[in-house]
Design a protein around this ligand. Structure first.
Ligand SMILES: NC(=O)c1ccc[n+]([C@@H]2O[C@H](COP(=O)([O-])OP(=O)(O)OC[C@H]3O[C@@H](n4cnc5c(N)ncnc54)[C@H](O)[C@@H]3O)[C@@H](O)[C@H]2O)c1
Length: 315
């Protein structure tokens, strides 16, 4: 297959590119290498993939409709996997207009490319953030998501709506995957597992928001990649599907797991809960099991141990 992967130099995008190349697909990655975190890390992420003759990297911005038009006109893509986004929750409170521009306008630009160039399948990276503080646990895809608690969440919910719109109007097969806190090697340095590992390793205190009872469904990247791959290979019409681990780990337990993996105690810097944070995420993954044969298999203990191994190797 010929696959356009936006955000292809990022954490999830670069792993996906590796996986697709390994199975024989042709991949074009579009990424603007912005400095939300160190662009050199993105260069390292993508270095292996670039050794393949079936890999092309286009440095550019998904807000640039003319650039996307050139990329799509030059190749007959079978699928667009749209992962590029401003992805942090807390920074979206400071720069809501930037988030809207990249995450909403950028998504529309890509859907327009799909429409104009007859690209029949679109896989969109949505987020567990769209659930906000939904009360019914675990989160099911049919829960109401019209109460977002951050600009980031609102942009992801909007992306899902646009996906449905283009499916309805133009028959594009669109699958929105709601990722639940993804972690692993190449992980984003702004996310808890990476940040805490780094601080504990360096003997610095970890910011501990609230009383430690906030909880997340942490999903190891290999499970997420398997789910994305399955979505790439299926024509599902329009679907929204959770990709999580369906277990939750409290902040306090996560710190203990990282301490064990590092063999070092954490210093704690207590802080109040941040506006925009959700209290808990927990995925119901029965739909993913049914439609994507999704079967998450990495526990957070195993995954953190593997992450720490990678983290230490690359220091
Ligand atoms: N990591 C998670 O836990 C998680 C959870 C839910 C959803 N998601 C979503 O999954 C996707 C991938 O996330 P990630 O963790 O790999 O993040 P990431 O920041 O590592 O990857 C995103 C990539 O997109 C690129 N990008 C950003 N804006 C761009 C633009 N305007 N033009 C071109 N490229 C641009 C970035 O340079 C980056 O390489 C995002 O859409 C994110 O919102 C991630």
């Amino acid at each position: 297959m010929r696959i356009l992967v936006t955000g292809g130099a990022g954490f999830i995008g670069s792993h996906l590119a590796d996986r697709l190349l390994a199975r024989g697909d042709t991949v074009v990655a579009v990424d603007d290498f912005n400095d939300y975190y160190d662009p050199a890390a993105k260069q390292r992420n993508i270095a292996g993939a670039l050794r393949s003759a079936r890999m092309t990297l286009v440095k550019g911005d998904i807000r640039d409709a003319a650039l996307l038009e050139r990329v799509c006109a030059a190749r007959a893509f079978d699928v667009i996997v749209h992962l590029a986004a401003r992805a942090g929750v807390r920074p979206s409170l400071e720069q809501p207009l930037l988030y809207e521009d990249v995450n909403c306008r950028g998504t529309l630009n890509l859907l327009e490319c799909a429409r104009r160039h007859g690209i029949r399948r679109f896989v969109f990276a949505s987020s567990s953030s769209v659930y906000g503080n939904v009360r019914e646990i675990p989160f099911r895809e049919d829960a109401r998501i019209d109460r977002p608690v951050s600009p980031y969440a609102a942009t992801k919910a909007a992306g899902e709506l646009y996906c449905h719109n283009y499916h309805h109007l133009y028959g594009i097969s669109a699958t929105a995957l709601r990722f639940f806190t993804v972690y692993g090697p190449r992980g984003r340095p702004d996310m808890a597992i990476y940040k805490f590992t780094d601080l504990i390793e360096r003997g610095a205190p970890v910011p501990f928001y609230g009383d430690g009872s906030t909880a997340r469904d942490y999903t190891y990247y290999t499970d997420i990649i398997a789910g994305v791959e399955a979505a790439i290979d299926r024509d599902l019409g329009f679907e929204i599907i959770n990709l999580g681990e369906s277990r939750t780990t409290t902040l306090a337990a996560l710190v203990a797991i990282i301490e064990r993996a590092l063999g070092k105690p954490a210093g704690i810097h207590p802080l109040p809960l941040q506006p925009g944070d959700v209290l808990l995420t927990c995925a119901d993954v029965s739909k993913a099991r049914r439609l994507l044969d999704y079967n998450p298999s990495t526990t957070v203990e195993e995954g953190v141990a593997r992450f720490v191994e990678w983290y230490r190797r690359r220091q």
